[in-house]
Design a binder for this molecule. Structure first.
Ligand SMILES: [Zn+2]
Length: 113
């Protein structure tokens, strides 16, 4: 299960940050791009498994879904786009540069002091 390995690696990242702070980690915010291939619901489920028995057993996972945003190399326009339709709405160039939508990152942690 792809999402479980993601959740486990997030726990590892959180451990590294938490080691430098005394308080409990209340929540972890992650950014998940629409192109990342991560199933949000599967990740929530995997998080429950990954956090069990760790010091983060009560840490909430907050997921921010990042929509696809692209830039047209032909006309320079930047625009939101659907995954199945990335033609430039202005000049209909099919080759678009992806600005946002591939994110899979731990954005921030909320830690009690
Ligand atoms: Zn264009």
């Amino acid at each position: 299960m792809h999402e479980l390995s993601i959740a486990l690696s997030m726990i590892e990242q959180i451990e590294q940050v938490a080691a430098r702070h005394p308080g409990p980690v209340r929540s972890a915010q992650v950014r998940i791009g629409v192109l990342s291939g991560v199933d949000t619901e599967a990740l929530r489920f995997a998080w429950e498994i990954a956090r069990a028995g760790t010091q983060f057993a009560s840490t909430n996972l907050e997921i921010e879904n990042v929509p696809l945003r692209i830039r047209c190399p032909a006309c320079g326009d930047t625009h939101p786009a659907e995954v199945d339709s990335i033609l430039c709405p202005r000049c209909v160039t099919p080759e678009q540069q992806i600005l946002e939508g591939r994110e899979l990152q731990l954005a921030s942690l909320e830690i009690d002091e």
